[in-house]
Write a protein that binds this ligand. Structure first.
Ligand code: MEV
Length: 444
């Protein structure tokens, strides 16, 4: 019988599980044992994992996979990926191999600036606050020095602060928009701490500045928070090759290289034109991006939110990638903002994120941007290549076969027989069930 509870967070982990087991399940004993079985055998490691959130009752495993053979800016990487969709890593690995033989991925970081905002209400004359702003800005920067000193030592800190006037849209609404360089950290905690300092300094400045009227002294800070939209923290990744080098792939699909390259480019163009297709197309890019972001202990919600806003930056949601087929050259590219960190947050705290970063050679945040963007581009290449040739289901269902076999409780022998049979047959849940029924009858 389900029920409300107060003080849940104060219960021990075992008490939490027992409370849940008795109130939300019919097989309380089994559930309790099952949930307890999903704890890390090393208590110290479990303590670290429990520390990531409130009310943790168990771990929720996802596979950590690896896509090898990623040649990026002339350097080979084996890329860690955390994802539950069966065909994603296979597609990334196959695209990596394909491009490794064609010069690999090229990537350039175009900027690393992060942003934050202090939103406030002020009802004086706009000219007055504009005139005061240079002094306000100086006051904010010089009185946040204790917070920024360490970041400055690492080569970062506050880059600029702007005053933006939105009073035509909301009475009295102004914004301080601050830009930051946060070096190898994603920078959320640094930025939010500095912004909250700015907010109190702004109030202090206006309430104590001489010769201001009561209205001009009256400032109300609504909130201070970083912006996850970072259009100046951007990386550009691309691949290119002579169209003729698609010959073998095209031939296997009964096309010539030019036909294949043209179909590919039109498919990408469709995603530039149509937001319905663009959403699925970009989802394919994020299949790769999120998987590496998660494996390296970065914030995939921030990366997704930012990428989708960027995809709509001209007012319509569009493909993040572009393809050109010109002068016998095929070029496929992706420009995407990626605010990533390789220090701070979970990057070194999560034992497998730490190992994932080691696997990548402990890259700087900028190098990680080049890796993540290349994997996004590879994933997009793999998906669109399938879509314009065999269709997606053939590869997808073959990879999904293992999941379905597990679901149907197939033995190793049955699984091997099914793998062989479905090598040349269309996989579906019902065709697999029929195959297993027949196979079991024969084996009796
Ligand atoms: C499936 O997870 C991703 C795709 O739908 C992406 C695409 O359609 O480009 C295959």
């Amino acid at each position: 019988m389900s029920t409300a509870i107060s003080g849940f967070s104060k219960l021990t982990k075992r008490e939490k599980i027992q409370w849940l087991a008795t109130h939300f399940f019919t097989d309380a004993m089994e559930v309790e044992q099952e949930i307890l079985a999903w704890q890390h055998p090393d208590q110290q490691q479990q303590k670290v994992l429990d520390g990531f959130t409130e009310n943790a009752i168990a771990n929720f495993p996802l596979p950590l996979s690896v896509a090898p053979n990623f040649l990026i800016n002339g350097k080979l990487y084996a890329v860690p990926m955390v994802i539950e969709e069966s065909s994603v890593v296979a597609a990334a690995s196959s695209a990596a191999k394909f491009w490794m033989d064609r010069g690999g991925f090229h990537a350039q970081v175009l900027g690393t600036t992060k942003l934050g905002q202090v939103h406030f209400l002020w009802n004086g004359a706009p000219e007055k606050i504009n005139a005061l702003f240079p002094e306000i800005k100086q006051y904010l920067i010089s009185n946040a020095g204790d917070l920024t000193a360490n970041m400055e030592k690492r080569g970062g800190g506050i880059l600029d602060i702007q005053l933006l006037n939105f009073t035509d849209l909301e009475p009295g609404y102004y914004q301080l928009r601050a830009s930051f360089e946060t070096c190898d950290s994603m920078g959320a905690n640094f930025i939010n701490t500095v912004l909250e300092r700015f907010a109190s300094l702004l109030e202090q400045f206006l309430t104590t500045f001489p010769d201001l009227s009561d209205t001009e002294r009256d400032v109300e800070v609504i909130m201070s928070i970083l912006s996850n939209y970072t259009p100046e923290c951007v990386v550009h990744a691309w691949v290119e090759c002579p169209i003729a080098s698609f010959a073998q792939l095209a031939q296997s699909q009964g096309m010539d290289a030019y036909q294949l390259a043209h179909r590919f480019a039109v498919a990408v163009r469709i995603a530039e034109i149509d937001p319905y297709r663009a959403t699925t197309h970009n989802k394919g890019i994020f299949n790769g991006i999120d998987a590496v972001v998660l494996a390296t202990g970065n914030d995939f919600r921030a990366i997704e939110a930012c990428g989708h806003t960027y995809a709509a930056r001209d007012g319509q949601y569009r493909s993040l990638s572009k393809c050109t087929v010109q002068n016998d050259l095929f070029r496929f590219e992706l420009k995407i903002p990626l605010a990533l960190g390789t220090v701070g947050g979970l990057t070194k705290l999560h034992p497998l994120a730490k190992r994932s970063l080691e696997m990548l050679g402990n890259p700087s945040a900028a190098e990680l941007m080049t890796i993540v963007a290349s994997v996004g581009l590879a994933q997009n290449f793999g998906a669109v290549r399938s879509l314009v040739t065999t269709g997606i289901q053939q590869g997808h269902m073959k990879m999904h076969l293992t999941n379905m076999l597990n679901h149907l409780g197939a033995t190793d022998e049955e699984a091997a027989a099914a793998q062989g049979y479905f090598m040349h047959q269309t996989v579906s849940f019902s065709s697999l069930r029929t195959f297993l029924d027949e196979h079991r009858k024969v084996s009796l």
